[in-house]
Design a protein around this ligand. Structure first.
Ligand code: ADP
Ligand code: MG
Length: 325
């Protein structure tokens, strides 16, 4: 059974004027223990929104209006906040986007890890907590004694390691890392990815990596979910996404990315920009930028549902649906 099974997830943000913006619509994916999922898509496509909803930590304006989030078969959208607190951090945990820059500057790294350890369900005394904080630091490649230092004494890479340690404090089975390498330089990015890969194997984590770096996904993800404008564009295993991408957006995205196998290949940009939430096209959200859907009435008029074109391979595109028929 999948540890995580998300079905038809739909999320709105309410504006101050009371309008509902459909930030995420009909997103589905699942993940087994010990496997990794890459969530990719341009900035603003709803990646963080989907991940925050898994922890039920959406901002005030956010509402989940449809769908299910099954964690070990239990729908997290049907349980109380008290029950949710027992799952947050020790069932599903997350390294937030930008968290490494949000460490408290006036407290030692160790004390911030201890705070993460002192989850009500962990039942641990303060001496054990110090030991555990040291273990967690060592686990992410930082000598335990450096826990006595303050965040400003840490390099960017070490701060990112420290926030990963915090996310692991309560032994989660699912770890979400939201853009864990953004803002780090290339060498350090590679080290953080290697660390996440090692941790995933050692701890048998179900790992979700949110990124716009397809290189990262190619290197370490078993499954890939490509989002476009709040919707699922394509979802398949990594091999399929990289070797047989079907959705026009996935194809464009791959072409826009410098070929990992072919260094120096041309970087093709995708013309146009993602849809605005307050001005969503009535049909396929990708249609205005699609290389194929230009004058196709169905693409202009009707939102495509995601369909399974092969076992485990889903895509939402009228043209592909037609070809498959
Ligand atoms: N608190 C909020 N209130 C209103 N709109 C929001 C809020 N947070 C995010 N959004 C909007 O939801 C969309 C998805 O954002 P986000 O999930 O952060 O995307 P990503 O992580 O892929 O960059 C964006 O259009 C963004 O402007
Ligand atoms: Mg984000």
């Amino acid at each position: 059974m999948s540890v995580l099974d998300v079905r038809d997830l739909t999320i709105q943000y309410l504006t101050e004027q009371g309008d509902a913006l459909l930030a995420v619509e009909g997103v589905s994916f699942s993940l087994e223990q010990g496997r990794s999922l890459g969530l990719v898509g341009e900035s603003g496509c709803g990646k963080t929104t989907v991940m925050l909803s898994l922890l039920r930590l959406l901002p005030e304006a956010g509402r989940i209006t449809r769908g299910q989030i099954l964690f070990n078969g239990q729908d997290l959208l049907q349980i109380s906040e008290r029950e949710m607190r027992a799952i947050r951090w020790n069932g599903i945990s997350m390294v937030f986007q930008g968290a490494m820059n949000a460490l408290n500057p006036v407290r030692t790294v160790e004390s911030q890890i201890i705070e993460a350890i002192q989850h009500p369900d962990m039942k641990i005394n303060s001496q054990q907590a110090v030991l555990r904080a040291g273990e967690l630091l060592e686990l992410v490649g930082i000598p335990a004694k450096r826990g006595k230092q303050y965040p400003h004494q840490f390099s960017g890479g070490m701060k990112q390691r420290a926030v990963i340690a915090m996310a692991l404090a309560c032994n989660p089975s699912v770890l979400i890392a939201d853009e864990p390498t953004t803002a780090l330089d290339v060498m350090i990015q590679a080290q953080i990815i290697e660390l996440l890969e090692t941790l995933q194997k050692e701890l048998n984590l179900a790992l979700v990596i949110v990124t716009h770096d397809l290189g990262v996904v190619a290197e370490m993800c078993d499954e890939v979910l490509v989002m476009y404008g709040g919707t699922l564009a394509e979802y398949a295993n990594s091999d399929t996404i990289f070797n047989d991408p079907r959705h026009p957006y996935t194809q464009r995205l791959l072409r826009a990315f410098p070929d990992i196998a072919e260094p120096g290949s041309e970087l093709a940009s995708i013309p146009g920009s993602p849809p605005r939430l307050d001005d969503l096209p009535p049909g396929c959200r990708f249609q205005p930028r699609c290389q194929f859907g230009e004058e196709q009435p169905i693409c202009v008029q009707q939102r495509p549902d995601s369909i399974e074109i092969a076992p485990g391979h889903r895509t939402a595109c009228h043209l592909i649906a037609e070809l498959e028929r």
